[in-house]
Write a new protein. Structure first.
Length: 612
């Protein structure tokens, strides 16, 4: 890490021109709930570099306008006024005087909330380098390095269902465009993890991460401990958010970043929030362990034995021409695990004529039918070489296939989704796509990962699935699963950890995950009203179908010491009988397990009450 920031903020100004931002003056309205800091010394520092700080603020002005916040800018001196904002946005205010810092600190001490970006406060009023101490003292951010413009770690990856993200899918890839200014990365403290000892001289604990940086495939080979990109902290009556990337990086994912900004501001404003959880109660994430069962088919028995030892169920996508050579083994696998299709031969489908694709799928179904009981007819498919196209997805649904284990590029989110091949279909009919979200043994071979490194890489992938609250699909191959080999040993360690975490991590076969995703898609959550200490919602399940079982809500309370309680009926109807008390997930989040949700809309209030 360098000891000084690049003194070239010109790119920050240029970014706004590319965004088409309006550079009109804004009249200060200090009574607005959200205000931008008008930092005079930072403005002077930018001017000395040939840039205009007002142009840096323009992306924020545009974003706040789109999010429905009135135009408001205040100087540090104005923070002491009676009409001070509820949230102060400090937009890459690199140079702050001691007076400005003191005014901001006093604003926070009075209970004001703050959202800051990039290297705010890293220089003094004369532009001299001070370091990142102020970020640590105010925001609980321990900056450990930066990510330069040539690095591939330029994807912002948000954690799902966090206080700063209820609008974007878990682990969504958001590309941060290359800029002269480096992306600042901080020590990653995870929600629910034990508190980190406070550093000497700083009474502020380490902030919690809500997103991290990463490469396109998300996997962090050296761990994610120093990749925090977005953090939050509630301390001493104030809520504090830090974004480690400069405004010049927004353009690569403008709309998604603005949604994160909206969620961050709602949390800072102490607005109670509620969202449908991705997974059934009581789980926070889901994991599918599958085997592409092809060459050296008999090694499937080794993998099945490992699953059985740990009491787990997996999925075997079988190359049917190979399965036909081992009928007894195939039947044995089907008795304890899910059997799926992996085509009739190991040749991809992409760009083949429609009739040829349909014929191959029909031959595949015919080959496997006599090998498995009629009651366990396979419903899942995984294309050889991950080679398929829109025609394949339409043809597989016509062949009775219900879910498709797809490639990592099929989705930017770390979650299942419905096939886009037939957008007119509803959740009951559409193909469910399960994207491969983790590196597999083929990747490890190509990267030269071997020995104990395989185990380490597998466990790093699992840690990210939990961190993101997303869906992990891990694929292994029979040809690499020799008895006692490094993959066998590494997988045994991983399966042991999966089994130990089964109370919060849902390890399930593809058909079960597909079935839940269809049920979840039927749920409708409508926010009726929001008050300081109450949310009123309406819940229903789209017909047809039985009531949805196992749904859960994730709730963010307006204060860390408040507990959400679900009551049937609206407060205005005076039906205040408590029916469900929430379970604490961590310091900021609660989980409410819902009663069965039918197609008849039902209203509920969520009250936030103080309990010891």
């Amino acid at each position: 890490m360098t000891s000084t920031l690049p003194s070239v903020p010109r790119a920050l100004a240029t970014a706004c021109v590319l965004l088409g931002c309006l550079l009109t003056g804004v009249v200060a309205q200090a009574a607005a709930p959200v205000c931008l800091l008008r930092a005079d010394h930072s403005r002077a520092f930018f001017a000395a570099q040939g840039a205009d700080k007002d142009r840096l603020l323009a992306p924020w002005r545009a974003a706040l306008s789109r999010l429905g916040h009135a135009a408001c800018e205040v100087s540090a001196d104005e923070l002491a006024g009676s009409a001070k904002p509820a949230v102060l946005v400090i937009a890459s205010a690199v140079a702050l005087s001691s007076g400005e810092r003191h005014s901001i600190d006093a604003f926070i001490a009075r209970g004001g909330s703050v959202l800051s970006t990039w290297a705010s406060g890293a220089r003094d009023e004369a532009g001299q380098w001070l370091g990142y101490g102020w970020l640590r003292q105010v925001f609980g951010v321990d900056v450990v390095g930066d990510i330069g413009p040539d690095s591939e770690d330029r994807h912002l990856l948000p954690f799902g269902e966090s206080p700063l993200n209820i609008g974007l899918g878990a682990g969504r890839r958001m590309y941060l465009n290359r800029s002269v200014e480096p992306l600042l990365r901080a020590r990653l403290h995870q929600a629910g993890a034990p508190p980190v000892p406070v550093a000497a001289g700083s009474p502020v604990p380490l902030a919690t991460a809500a997103a991290r940086y990463g490469v396109w495939h998300r996997h962090a080979h050296d761990g994610a401990g120093g990749l925090a990109a977005l953090t939050y902290l509630e301390h001493a009556g104030s809520r504090r958010v830090w974004m480690g990337f400069p405004e010049t990086a927004w353009m690569g994912a403008q709309a998604d970043i603005e949604r994160l900004v909206g969620d961050a501001l709602a949390w800072a404003l102490r607005t109670p929030r509620v969202a449908l959880a991705a997974w059934p109660a009581p789980y926070r994430s889901a994991f599918l362990v599958e085997m592409d069962t092809e060459e050296q088919f008999q090694n499937a028995r080794v993998f099945a034995a490992a699953l059985d030892r740990h009491g787990l169920t997996g999925t075997f996508y079988c190359l049917t021409s190979e399965a036909a050579k081992f009928p007894e083994l195939t039947r044995e696998l089907a008795r304890r695990h899910e059997i799926g299709y992996h085509a009739e031969r190991h040749v991809g489908f992409k760009d083949l004529p429609e009739n040829e694709q349909a014929a191959r799928l029909a031959a595949m179904v015919g080959q496997l039918a006599p090998l498995v009981p009629a009651t366990t007819r396979p419903s899942g498919f995984r294309a050889p070489l991950e080679s398929y196209d829109r025609t394949t997805e339409i043809a597989m649904r016509s062949a009775g296939i219900r879910h498709h284990a797809a490639d990592p590029a099929s989705s930017d989110d770390m979650l299942p989704f419905f096939s886009r091949a037939e957008p007119e279909l509803g959740p009951a009919q559409a193909l469910v796509v399960l994207p491969r979200t983790l590196l597999d043994d083929i990747n490890f071979v190509r990267m030269g990962v071997a020995g104990d490194g395989v185990r380490a890489e597998l466990l790093l992938g699992l840690a990210d699935v939990e961190r993101f609250g997303g869906f992990g699909l891990l694929s292994v191959h029979t040809q690499n699963y020799a008895p006692g080999g490094e993959l066998d040993r590494g997988m045994d360690a991983l399966l042991g950890v999966l089994a130990a975490k089964r109370s919060q991590l849902w390890v399930a076969p593809g058909a079960a995950i597909e079935a839940w995703w269809r049920q979840r898609a039927r749920l409708r959550l409508r926010l009726l009203s929001t008050a300081r200490d109450t949310l009123e919602i309406e819940l229903s399940a789209q017909a047809p179908g039985a009531p949805v079982q196992g749904a859960q809500l994730v709730v963010m309370a307006p204060a860390a010491g408040q507990v959400p309680v679900l009551n049937e009926g609206l407060l205005a109807q005076r039906r205040r009988q408590e029916i469900v008390t929430a379970a604490r997930m961590d310091a900021q989040r609660w989980r409410i397990d819902l009663p069965p949700v039918s197609d008849t809309p039902r209203t509920y209030s969520i009250r936030f009450i103080a309990r010891p």
